[in-house]
Design a protein around this ligand. Structure first.
Ligand code: CP
Ligand code: NVA
Length: 320
């Protein structure tokens, strides 16, 4: 049966563990010059209704490195733009390609594609979530901190799609998460409730319960943090008054002063693109030893693990 990755709530603990392990292994093999081509003869389609540098290029590169072929599908050049139903498009694409990677606005659209497709559908960011980003970010935490377990991860900024995926992740795996947002810009009730429901469902399997804290106090939040993570104050597709946002987010810039409250070896992360002087200061972004560029690189290694697993191993792995 085919598997999708639309939200991290779709995954089991074992799926996370397998993908981290496999992505790290594939990275190691790639660095050693070992050529892995398990996807020769396979292809993926990429539909991106929003801009992308990292996600699109790393998925395309991942597919090429695994021996397969990525096909970029511009919605405006297809019959999708002339209102061919999503269901028909999904059924037809399923006859040609082996997986579909999709970035769009409305999360319902990826759900519709997934429902009507017989191939795996991978969410490459929607207004609701960015699951593959958080998979590769946790891989980066494992790489630099040895493990994500027992580490305090603090989100500073907007309660947006990337933050939602952190909340989703922490409701499945053993992750201590603090989400600090300005009042009025927090995580939606829907995300909190669906994540809490998932946690309750699994509570017998986990030793943790209150591992996600929501706050409006960035200084308190970063105390003893192992990882501080931030993202833009205005995401693609959001149409708020940015000047109003800037005022609301004034105390939520990740800068040296804020970081002085965290552990001395705190690791700062950003999914990028970054806006220097807004959510992150120039000196923090350019600090020697900063991991942002390794973090971005790891997207490619994680995408290889995801593509390989969903295309070849969906019969055994439980992903999605
Ligand atoms: N982090 C991330 O998803 O970047 P892109 O928007 O460039 O894909
Ligand atoms: N929250 C950002 C993430 C970009 C990768 C956005 O949706 O624009």
């Amino acid at each position: 049966m085919k598997k999708d990755i639309l939200s991290l709530l779709d995954l089991e603990v074992g799926d996370f563990t397998y993908l981290f392990h496999r992505a790290i292994e594939l990275k190691k093999r790639f660095k050693q010059g070992i050529v892995d081509r398990p996807l020769i003869g396979k292809s993926i389609g990429l539909i991106f209704d929003k801009k992308s540098t990292r996600t699109r290029v790393s998925f395309e590169t991942a597919m090429i490195q695994l021996g397969g072929t990525p096909i970029y599908i511009r919605s405006t050049d297809t019959q999708i733009s002339r209102n061919e139903p999503v269901e028909d498009t999904a059924r037809v694409l399923s006859r040609y390609i082996d997986a579909l990677v999709m970035r769009t606005f409305d999360h319902k659209l990826v759900q519709q594609f997934a429902k009507a497709s017989t191939i795996p559908v991978i969410n490459a960011l929607t207004d609701y979530s960015h699951p593959c980003q958080i998979l590769s970010d946790i891989m980066t935490i494992i790489e630099f901190k040895g493990s994500y377990e027992g580490k305090k991860v603090v989100w500073i900024g907007d309660g947006n799609n990337v933050a939602n995926s952190w909340v989703n992740a922490a409701s499945v795996i053993d992750l201590n998460l603090v989400i600090a947002t300005p009042e009025g810009y927090g995580i939606s009730d829907y995300v909190k409730e669906s994540s809490a429901a998932r946690r309750d469902l699994d509570s017998k399997k986990h030793k943790f319960s209150n591992n996600i804290i929501f706050t409006n106090d960035p200084i308190e939040a970063v105390k003893d943090a192992d990882v501080v993570y931030t993202d833009v104050w205005l995401s693609m597709g959001q149409e708020d008054d940015f000047e109003k946002r800037k005022k609301a987010f004034r105390d939520f810039q990740v800068n040296r002063e804020l970081l002085s409250n965290a552990k001395p070896d705190v690791m700062v992360m950003h999914c990028l693109p970054a806006h220097r002087g807004e959510e992150i200061s120039e000196d923090v972004l350019e600090a020697p030893g900063a991991v942002f560029w390794d973090q971005a690189e790891n997207k490619c290694h994680m995408h290889k693990a995801i593509l390989e697993t969903l295309i070849l191993k969906t019969g055994t792995a439980k992903v999605g």
